[in-house]
Design a protein around this ligand. Structure first.
Ligand code: ZN
Length: 467
């Protein structure tokens, strides 16, 4: 790494294969020293760059009366206003296609990626050539951190399309010098072919969504294949859904495949999105603070919360030349700690992962509910399968939550009502009043991507009232 900004990394560098760390000094440094010597200078350079090149930030910060030169410490940095998803959408509408924070010319761009746009207009990402290299470097570093080495075969079982996740995993695997196996997903019949290839090629690393890994295992078992014995996965790493950080889902994946389950990922906007990533000890994702500077803030007071407390995620790029995100309000709920991790890294950790994706949250009877809390309960009870769905309706004026959960095949039918009662009472113990509907195996739709867990029918009721 050089002292210039943006940093230039030596593309031929690799740590010794026995080293646990990619950059040992940086990863194990005293956190205050790292903030002063590494993070703050990178942050100041990123702010100067963005102010000079982006009309979006110049206008926004001028209005707030704050300039990059005012930021002399990380607490000063809290004066910089947040950037929301809505502002990005609006800015891209006014300055299509990449918005007024793109900061580079077309010839400097390497890639167009985007969000799927399932909820509203898609967001376009234009990523510069230099940023591609830095994303690859960052991902290789965190992948090294949880144990991928050059002899590993990295099976990427997710879409190769607009979706950044697959490409980010591929970039990291290639930079690390591992054997990349970009298999993809989503084509009819592809899951069955994946199973054949996994038996044949014996990839050692899996990447995809937690939902998809469980679906794939289920298909394999139907064909008499045991993923733990007949495949060869040592490590499975995930993003896109909270599952890999949900304790009972993590346990289920590890038991199913006989490999370790690693949680990773912030948001596509924040690529290198693997700057949130667990180490091999799986004590919760580390915030790799010298790659992306991450804050946890109180959603009401908007101030940073102390370690041990819950807050929502706010991210800032430290080495992006294209579309840098500065204090990006991702708004995902988590809790952070800074006690020592057995790996020796001194980054803060999220011991419960990101358990509430802002986009997945729903409000029922005035309470915020995250599907991952329900998932943890279902998958922690023996006798339930992997699939579940939450249907929210409104009876008169009261919200009603119906949890549809599949039981496993071959279960004694007499146990079904007991399971239903057990799930209802365990959800109730967590303050979630619900009606549980027991579903036969295979009744609910499977996914090769992110599972659709919530069906909100309250709008329908409101429509009926109006008529
Ligand atoms: Zn660790």
């Amino acid at each position: 790494m050089t002292k210039t900004w943006p940093p230039q990394y030596d593309r031929s560098y690799l740590p010794s294969p026995n080293s646990k760390f990619w950059f040992k000094d940086l990863e194990t440094m005293d956190p205050e020293e790292r903030e002063r010597k590494i993070i703050l200078p990178k942050l100041q350079a990123q702010l100067n760059y963005a102010y000079k090149r982006s009309p979006l930030y110049r206008k926004k910060w001028d209005q707030a009366g704050v300039r990059p030169k005012d930021i002399r410490s990380l607490s000063d940095f809290e004066q910089i206003p947040f950037l929301t998803k809505e502002e990005i959408r609006q800015d891209q509408k006014e300055t299509p296609p990449f918005g007024s924070n793109v900061c580079v010319s077309l010839k400097e761009l390497a890639r167009v990626q985007g969000t799927s746009g399932t909820t509203g207009k898609p967001t376009a990402f234009g990523i510069s050539k230099g940023d591609m290299d830095r994303i690859a470097e960052a991902h290789a570093r965190t992948m090294w951190g949880f144990g991928i080495r050059q002899q590993d075969i990295v099976f990427i079982g997710s879409f190769f399309s607009l979706y950044w996740g697959s490409w980010g995993a591929l970039l990291g695997a290639e930079r690390l010098g591992a054997v990349a196996f970009p298999f993809g997903a989503g084509v009819p019949g592809q899951t069955d072919r994946a199973i054949e290839w996994m038996k044949e090629v014996k990839p050692t690393i899996f990447y995809g969504t937690p939902s998809y890994s469980l679906y794939l295992a289920e298909r394999a078992k139907e064909r008499g294949i045991d993923p733990a014995k007949d495949f060869n996965f040592r490590i499975l790493f995930f993003s896109g859904e909270p599952g890999a950080g949900v304790p009972s889902t993590k346990k289920r994946i590890e038991e199913t495949y006989g490999g370790i389950c690693i949680d990773a990922g912030s948001t596509a906007e924040m690529s290198p999105w693997m700057a949130n990533c667990e180490c091999g000890h799986r004590k919760g994702m580390h915030f790799w603070q010298d790659i992306v500077y991450s804050e946890l803030v109180d959603p009401v007071t908007k101030r940073s919360v102390p370690y041990g407390k819950e807050g929502v995620t706010v991210y800032t790029h430290l080495e992006r030349t294209s579309q840098p995100m500065i204090r990006f309000w991702a708004g995902d709920l988590s809790m952070w700690v800074n006690d020592p991790c057995p790996c020796g890294r001194t980054y803060p950790r999220l011991p419960k992962g990101i358990y509430g994706r802002a986009d997945d949250m729903f409000i029922i009877r005035g309470e915020n509910v995250y599907p991952s809390a329900i998932e943890d309960v279902i998958r922690g009870i023996e006798g339930f399968g992997d699939e579940y769905r939450i249907v929210i309706t409104r009876e008169k004026t009261m919200d009603e939550m119906i949890v549809q959960a599949e039981y496993v095949k071959g279960i004694d039918p007499e146990r079904i009502p007991q399971l239903q009662k057990k799930l209802e009472s365990e959800l109730k113990a967590r303050g979630l009043r619900s009606i549980v509907q027991m579903m036969e195996p295979d009744r609910l739709e499977r996914t090769e991507f992110k599972a659709k867990r919530i069906i909100d029918k309250r709008g329908l009721y409101d429509e009926m009232i109006k008529q």
